[in-house]
Design a protein around this ligand. Sequence first.
Ligand code: FES
Length: 177
Amino acid sequence: MEAMNQTEGKCNGTVSRRSFLRTAVVGSIAAWLASMGGTVAYFFWPQKVGAFGGKVVAGRVEDFPVGSMTTVRDGKFYISHVPEGLLAIYWRCTHLGCTTPWLADDEFHLPGGEKLHGIFHCPCHGAIYTPTGQVVAGPAPRPLDLMELTVEGGKVVVNTGKITQRERWDPSQAVKV
Ligand code: FES
C-alpha cells in the first residue's frame, strides 16, 4: 500500500512536472506569437498620422507669413497667422457643423465701423467669423474651434485629434513664432 502510494506519488509528480513544462513551453510560444502579432499589427494597422484624427505637418513656419490664411484639407483646418501668432482653426461651423470656407475677397462691416477684408462665411445659415475664428454674425454660438498647434524643428504640427472649444477669441490662444 505504501509502495503503491509512493508509485502514485511519483507518477503524480512526473505528470505534474510534464504538465508544468508543457504549459511553460506552450505559454512561451503563445507569448512570442502574441508579441510578433502585436509588432505586425503595429506596422500594418492604419496609424492616424498625416490625416484627420492624428498629427498633420502643415508646413514650415516660413510658409505662413503674418496675415496669411492657409487651408490644410487633409486635416480639415486653416492655419491663420494673426499678429498674435499662429492658430489652427477647425473648419467645422459651431452652429450645425457645416464646412466653413475662408473667403479672402469677402468683406464684412463690424458694428463699430471696422471693415474686415477676408472672412469665414458659413454657407448653411450665414455665420461669419473673423480670421481668429471669432464669430461676429449669424447663429453660431461660439468661435470656430481650435486644434492643438506646436512648432517642432521649424515645422508647424497640428494635432487634429485635440480640438478645443472656446467661449471667445483671446490672444493667448495663438502660438507665437
Ligand atoms: S451650420 Fe453654419 S451657420 Fe448653421
